[in-house]
Write a protein that binds this ligand. Structure first.
Ligand code: GLN
Length: 545
């Protein structure tokens, strides 16, 4: 059989950042997937950090962790949630990573004495990253370029795209520019000029966009679309409007209404896929449930980065999926752990049906998390603790139930008399952590008669990790005797992966990150169970009133 040629759809952004390129890439991917094509998505980020692992969430939102342990851009989360695919280290590269590879090769002498330059060496490395899935049987690779055209940082990426179009032909590599059509309230008008300028920027680099997707608050209308088409050299039907919608999960259907998938497939010469309509049955039924919930449930999300909702993107979306799976709308109450004290916690959390304790690093806001955990434990409010959230629950239990005054994690207080959360003994640590963080997928065994086992409905699971510290097993017996049980362990090492409180309706804390694996097609079982129990709590409380 003849090997099929992988085709490429490049998505760049114009006018401003934050227009939702990731969502557009994922949505277009969804439409193509629904027509039977095998797709994946690559994100190229023009910043110089080698990966986002070291970035403060306020800078760039959450760090998304893949099965293979890569710390990546949060857009990969959209790709996985929309497309129900697995991504990994090859799906994300930054300028830093590109340069790191080129410089490593230079040091090894691979360039044989040549002067190493942006063109061709950096652009070659970018093209290598774009083509990394070439032999893996994908029909289409979508390539999302971060930042905005016209930025200095984006130039080598656009140049690499220009070269790829030249080398592979225009029918094999197409370019979509996502732009903004601002609405001027004073003039009562939509303005196309910034879009025209963005297209010019792109054309100065030798790339003519094939499709424009225009973000707008108001419908564009045919006249304006004609104007945009004329001034940017783009076909009329390739000017697509992307109007603000209530839920990001509506975006694929909005793009479908305007035939974006058909436009793209024609450009790529894949007309044979046009015959059948895309199968979006599961997607539509998700949306149907999302927009017609039987009731609501209020969940407090306790964390220190709550001002920037992107910092907890995957958790937020996993709550949406878990809610929809139960026919419920989840109202998230964002609770800043730094503002939570022993005195105000009851008041802040009094009307919430469930409490989620977010992951985190460092000492800021931990006493607030501990206060929230104490409240949920004592008042029997369902609680899900994730990673740092589990560690804080262990500390709370040690201090308030086991009487270990000043118990802590050695991450926070290296001198604590009760290091209930600690690094592993030296040797094991090296073995498991490869020096620093324990990242990515590990297999986990679940114990009989536990909430976690009940939620998953099986004994063995695989979940993703991003942590350094662990439950200190030398305290294990005291915890277990007092009712905080270890209910999941790492399949190889036996290390603690989950702890629950006996006699509490639903108090489940996990060392791993379930949120990364929740998708529209497969809502995560732990989130599903957490929402179900939170709703149960709500109805019981209402019954008491
Ligand atoms: N700071 C904690 C650790 O390193 C928890 C990390 C997290 O919540 N992702 O173990």
């Amino acid at each position: 059989m003849e090997k099929k040629e992988t085709k490429y759809i490049v998505i760049a952004g114009g006018v401003t950042s934050s227009l939702g390129k990731g969502i557009v890439a994922a949505s277009l991917g969804k439409l193509l997937q629904a027509r039977g094509l095998k797709v994946t998505v690559i994100k190229l980020d023009p910043y110089i950090n080698v990966d986002p692992g070291t970035l403060n969430p306020y800078e760039h939102g959450e760090v998304y962790v893949t099965d293979d342990g890569a710390e990546t851009d949060l857009d990969l989360g959209y790709y996985e949630r929309f497309l129900n695919i697995n991504t990994g280290k090859d799906n994300n590269a930054t300028t830093g990573k590109v340069y790191q590879n080129v410089i490593m090769k230079e040091r090894r002498g691979d360039y044989l004495g040549k002067t190493v330059q942006v063109i061709p060496h950096i652009t070659d490395e970018i093209k290598r990253r774009i083509r990394i899935f070439e032999n893996q049987d994908y029909d289409i690779v979508l390539v999302e370029i971060g930042g905005t055209v016209g930025d200095i940082e984006s130039l080598p990426f656009i140049e690499a795209v220009r070269q790829m179009i030249l080398e592979k032909g225009r029918g094999n590599v197409i370019t979509i520019l996502l732009t903004l059509i601002p609405y001027l309230h004073a003039a009562g008008e939509l303005k196309t000029k910034p879009t025209q300028h963005s297209v010019k920027f792109l054309m100065q680099s030798g790339v003519q966009p094939d499709v424009l997707i225009c973000r707008t608050e108001h419908p564009l209308g045919d006249e304006l679309k004609h104007k945009i088409a004329r001034s940017t050299n783009v076909d009329f039907e390739s000017v697509i409007e992307s109007i603000d919608v209530e839920s990001i999960y509506q975006v694929p259907l909005k793009l479908l209404e305007q035939n974006l998938d058909k436009v793209v497939l024609r450009y790529l010469g894949l007309d044979e896929y046009l015959e059948k309509e895309p199968d979006l049955t599961a997607w539509k039924s998700f949306l149907d449930r999302y927009f017609h919930p039987k009731d609501t449930v209020d969940i407090a999300l306790v964390g220190k980065y709550v001002e920037l909702h992107d910092a907890y993107k995957s958790i937020r979306e996993a709550l949406v999926h878990g809610g929809t799976a139960n026919g419920l709308k989840v109202n998230v109450k964002w609770v800043n752990s730094e503002k939570l004290t022993a005195d105000n916690t009851a008041e802040v959390l009094q009307d919430t049906d469930g409490v989620l304790i977010a992951p985190g690093f460092g000492s800021r806001g931990i006493e607030g998390k501990i206060a929230a955990i104490k409240y949920a434990r004592e008042n029997k409010v369902p609680l899900l603790g994730i990673c740092f959230g589990m560690q804080m629950a262990v500390i709370e239990f040690a201090r308030n139930v086991l009487g270990m005054k000043d118990a802590n994690s050695t991450e926070i207080d290296p001198e604590t008399p009760f290091p209930v959360i600690d690094l592993l003994p030296e040797q094991l640590e090296k073995e498991m952590l490869g020096g620093t963080m324990r990242l990515g997928k590990f297999e986990i065994d679940l114990k009989e008669n536990s909430r976690i086992r009940e939620a998953y409905g099986k004994d063995r699971i695989a979940e993703r990790h991003r942590h350094r510290y662990f439950f200190n097993e030398s305290f294990g017996e005291r915890f277990q005797k007092a009712g905080m049980k270890i209910t999941a362990t790492d399949a190889d090492s036996g290390l603690t992966e989950a702890m629950e409180i006996e006699g509490h309706p639903w108090f489940v804390t996990v060392q791993f990150h379930p949120e990364y694996k929740s998708t529209v097609d497969e809502p995560h079982p732990l989130f599903k169970a957490f929402i179900a129990h939170s709703y149960k709590h709500k109805t019981e409380q209402n019954g008491k009133k």
